[in-house]
Design a protein. Structure first.
Length: 161
């Protein structure tokens, strides 16, 4: 019984060190951290692009149930939330990264904000118009989400100047 408690205490001690170790990685080499964050943003934007492509396709078929749209929008929202987290981390190291990476951060931030706005608008529309997903405004939201996610993935993948 005593051994079990000592193992738990050792594990708790090890877990307590994890935030310190990951924080040290963030502050020790901001350029590497920025590159990692841009890769994360690129991957999440590519995921949102895939779901938005499905959303656009489903929006042309009135036989597709609103719940399918909700699942795609939920996946997009998840990707956007992950992008927002990475953007917040980029902003926190902004003063330590190169001017080119700062400029890239600004560009990516604008695209991420637009993507988030359109995703929220599409979700709001779906919530209030489950039977009217054939309307052009919903198609516009789906197309905008797709284009913004695609552009964000490309921009995040580009090397900083």
């Amino acid at each position: 019984m005593l051994r079990r408690y000592s193992i738990l205490i050792s594990m708790a001690g090890a877990l307590a060190l994890v935030p310190a170790v990951s924080m040290a990685r963030t502050t020790s080499n901001p350029q590497n951290e920025a590159a990692r964050l841009f890769q994360r943003i690129q991957a999440d934007a590519a995921g949102a692009e895939i779901h938005a492509d499905r959303l656009q396709t489903d929006a042309t078929n009135q036989m597709i149930d609103w719940q399918v749209h909700a699942m795609n929008l939920s996946s997009i929202r998840h990707d956007v939330n992950d992008i927002d987290k990475a953007m917040a981390q980029l902003q926190s190291i902004r003063g330590s990264i190169s001017p080119g990476e700062q400029q890239k951060t600004d560009s990516v931030t604008t695209l991420a904000e637009d993507l988030s706005i359109n995703a929220n608008d599409a979700i709001r529309f779906l919530t209030h118009n489950r039977r009217n997903l054939w309307q052009p405004v919903y198609h516009t939201y789906a197309a905008n989400i797709y284009m913004e996610a695609r552009q964000l993935a490309k921009e995040a993948k580009k090397p900083a100047e």
